[in-house]
Design a protein around this ligand. Structure first.
Ligand SMILES: [Zn+2]
Length: 212
């Protein structure tokens, strides 16, 4: 499985495309494209590599992670999948956009399929395991691929930092518990692919992250 990172929107949000190779399948995590050039970048990659989009996964439904999901879902006929507790946040997409002063087309986002702890997505001969990692947002999910030793965490943990907990449904103690029980318990060489900034590893965050 290959993983490609696309950093989009004014928040510098990392959208990831997991793909099996040219002509194969792909999964997109957090399509936060806000402008046409960002949408073109994503569709050029998908179409240019003749990929079939199988899943649109959201780590959570903050506007910077989810604002391109509805558009992408309509374009490719693929459902939007996220945690059930993110539904009220998804519905508030226009309010979120207004709060951050974003002049983007935004409509309430409907989650087509909810995911929960223990769900497994079969992709390119690998398992992608769904982990519930609340705290930054109440329905935050992380996607762990043991065969590739990578976890996509959204805004749960970053290189030497953690997600903010002052937004709707956030909780510092819940976030710390999620990181310690769901992320730091993975093998040390597991690569953390976060929602903002560079990749890191479980081993490095155990040593260097001042919040943990
Ligand atoms: Zn967020």
């Amino acid at each position: 499985m290959k993983i490609s990172r696309f950093t989009v929107n004014p928040f510098g949000m990392n959208c990831y495309i997991l793909w099996s190779g040219p002509g194969g399948d792909c999964i997109i995590v957090d399509p936060g494209m806000m402008v046409d050039s960002e949408k073109d970048m994503i569709t050029s990659f998908i179409d240019g590599n003749n990929l079939t989009l199988k899943h649109i996964l959201l780590t959570h439904c903050h506007v910077d992670h989810a604002c391109g999901a509805r558009w992408l879902a309509a374009k490719y006929g693929v459902p939007v999948e996220a945690g059930a507790l993110e539904e009220p946040i998804a519905e508030q997409m226009p309010t979120q956009a207004a709060r951050f002063g974003l002049k983007i087309d935004s409509t309430p986002l409907k989650i087509d399929k909810t995911l929960a702890e223990g769900d497994v997505i079969q992709f390119a001969g690998e398992e992608i395991r769904v982990l519930e990692t609340p705290g930054h947002s109440p329905g935050s999910l992380s996607f762990y691929c043991p065969s590739s030793s990578v976890i996509v965490t959204g805004d749960v943990v970053f290189q030497s930092s953690i997600g903010r907990t002052d937004l709707f449904g956030g909780s510092f103690s819940v976030l710390i518990d999620s990181i310690k029980t769901k992320v730091l318990t993975l093998p040390p060489d597991t690569v953390i692919a976060p929602g903002h900034g560079d990749t890191t590893t479980v081993a490095d965050e155990k040593i260097y992250n001042p919040y943990l």
